[in-house]
Design a protein around this ligand. Structure first.
Ligand code: FES
Ligand code: FES
Length: 159
């Protein structure tokens, strides 16, 4: 089976063009346990990653659909970025999660937004819309939304 190179959190990895294998499981098998697997059908957002900067639920992305040279970013790799650090600080202050299973996927979507806009929405409805592709089985997300309202980085720290 053909292989091609992709970059996972900045590290080059060989990926087979297997149409039956899913990206989420391939990442986890490679040690990226920050990618969680919940619903396995693209609904819960636990497996969210960025592929060339765009959020995608990795459980519904076959390896064969990941282009050569793709830059795959996970919550693990994003944790040290300026948006990741801003999120972590806000979440440490408010501790809105219970089991935390949904947290990495939500962080990925939030970082993608913050790269573009600098700050998360400071309006509950808009922030709920941003997190609409994420489910939280423990909390119903209200405390999470309150903790993340308006969290941001300076313009020169968006990456
Ligand atoms: S496990 Fe991928 S969206 Fe739920
Ligand atoms: S805190 Fe448990 S799923 Fe969100």
């Amino acid at each position: 089976m053909d292989e091609h190179e992709v970059f996972v959190d900045g590290v080059a990895r060989r990926l087979t063009n297997d149409p039956l294998a899913g990206l989420a499981w391939w990442l986890r098998d490679g040690g990226v346990t920050a990618v969680k697997v919940g619903c396995e059908e693209g609904v819960c957002g636990a497996c969210m990653v960025l592929i060339d900067g765009e959020p995608a639920p990795a459980c519904v992305v076959p390896l064969a659909r990941v282009p050569a040279g793709a830059r795959i970013e996970t919550a693990a790799g994003l944790a040290d970025s300026a948006p990741g650090q801003a999120l972590a600080a806000a979440l440490r202050a408010r501790e809105p999660f219970q089991c935390g299973f949904c947290a990495p996927g939500m962080a990925v979507s939030c970082v993608a937004w913050m790269r573009e806009h600098g700050s998360l929405p400071d309006d509950r409805t808009a922030l709920a819309e941003l997190l609409t592709s994420h489910l939280c089985r423990c909390t119903g997300k209200l405390a999470i939304i309150d903790a993340l309202l308006g969290v941001g980085v300076e313009d020169d720290e968006k990456a």
